[in-house]
Design a protein around this ligand. Structure first.
Ligand SMILES: Nc1nc2c(ncn2[C@@H]2O[C@H](COP(=O)(O)OP(=O)(O)OP(=O)(O)O)[C@@H](O)[C@H]2O)c(=O)[nH]1
Ligand SMILES: [Mg+2]
Length: 339
């Protein structure tokens, strides 16, 4: 478990805007001054925080408190990611000296699933040595311990912030640890590790900046017709909006240069897939897809909700990201240097 440094930190999640407050801060009576800023208690330093934080990412729940805008005035304040990286680098020397390729995986309650996933990841890959960085947050099972036993570098942040926030932290660990390429995959075993090499190859060879696997170009072994329809519909919508042909906007096995996510405005705490993809295309990075297999889930369960909820949120992220990028980075087909 990462022990976040300092006694009276108020840790802000840059992605969601949530403020995580340490107990000393709450004792100062900020709960008596409710205002728009959402904070989450009882705080990162308490073992109870795991339970309190075990809520849907980016959404207030029973354990959340409100505080006023001067929340950080009386005590030190820094971001959750800053504190987590500082603690990880102090705790695990491997994180400060990463090889050229880093597998970045967000994992939440994936005990039993994550071990076999880690065993399947290859090093070297594309002729380069690789390490694995797992970002666990708020898990209430043995995910972190299992990942450690299987040789991964584990950043275990205690509060659940969502897959998007966890991946963003993982990208940063990869970059600050000295890696050159990132490969993301999921901890639930739905992606075939054997596909990683084909996805990374265009990035290492310099023909692409960002590559995503595609079940449409490869194989879909899942059986949910609504999900299958959703993938095609959202792929069509993103292709139309960006002018860049996309066949699978929700495939979590991806490869990119470490500079790519750092150049994007990633704000989604949970549903990052389409935000990442639209951002990459909008900012003119060379993006492409490679055939890959979507496997059936054998163990653990979805963390993203049922089809309708998933679909609505996915659609909302597409719309908000497209609108934002349209106004800030002027998406046009001409700006996309995709292959
Ligand atoms: N750290 C962290 N990881 C998460 C969180 N929610 C989901 N994940 C991880 O993100 C990956 C994808 O989550 P899934 O629930 O499989 O979502 P999905 O693959 O988009 O959707 P499904 O098709 O329903 O599986 C898995 O490795 C999860 O463990 C979270 O809040 N924190
Ligand atoms: Mg999944």
């Amino acid at each position: 478990m990462i022990h976040l440094p300092g006694l009276a930190h108020n840790l802000r999640d840059e992605t969601s805007g949530l403020l995580y407050v340490y107990p000393p801060f709450i004792e100062q009576g900020f709960e008596r001054n409710p205002s728009p800023m959402i904070t989450e208690g009882p705080g990162l330093g308490s073992s109870k925080s795991v339970k309190a934080a075990n809520v849907e990412p980016g959404r207030p729940a029973g354990g959340l408190r409100e505080s006023n805008g001067s929340a950080s005035a009386g005590s030190r304040s820094c971001s959750v990611d800053d504190a987590a990286i500082e603690a990880l680098f102090a705790e695990d020397a491997r994180a400060r000296n990463l090889p050229p390729v880093v597998y970045v995986i967000a994992a939440y309650n994936e005990e039993g699933a994550i071990g076999p996933v880690l065993d399947g990841l290859r090093s070297p890959i594309c002729g380069l040595p690789a390490a694995i960085v797992i970002v666990v947050d708020g898990a209430s099972d043995g995910t972190a311990e299992e990942a450690r036993k299987h040789g991964a570098i584990v950043c275990d942040v205690r509060v659940r912030r969502g897959q998007g926030s966890a991946l963003k932290l993982g990208y940063r660990i990869a970059r600050e640890g000295g890696a050159r390429y990132i490969v993301t995959t999921d901890a639930d075993g739905q992606y075939d590790p054997a596909d990683a090499e084909g996805v990374l190859e265009p990035v290492v060879s310099g023909t692409a900046d960002f590559v995503a696997g595609s079940r449409i170009l490869g194989r879909d072994e899942t059986t949910d017709p609504l999900r299958a329809l959703g993938v095609r519909v959202f792929a069509g919508v993103i292709s139309l909006l960006t002018g860049h042909k996309v066949t699978d906007p929700a495939f979590g096995l991806r490869a990119m240069r470490v500079e790519v996510p750092a150049a994007l405005d990633l704000r989604q705490p949970q549903y990052q897939a389409s935000e990442l993809l639209i951002g990459v295309i909008a900012r003119g990075f060379r993006a492409t897809e490679r055939p890959a297999t979507m496997q059936r889930r054998r163990i653990s369960e979805t963390k993203k909700g049922r089809n309708l909820q998933y679909g609505i949120r996915f659609a909302r992220v597409i719309a908000t990201t497209w609108w934002r990028e349209r106004t800030t980075s002027a998406i046009t087909p001409a700006t996309t240097r995709a292959s």
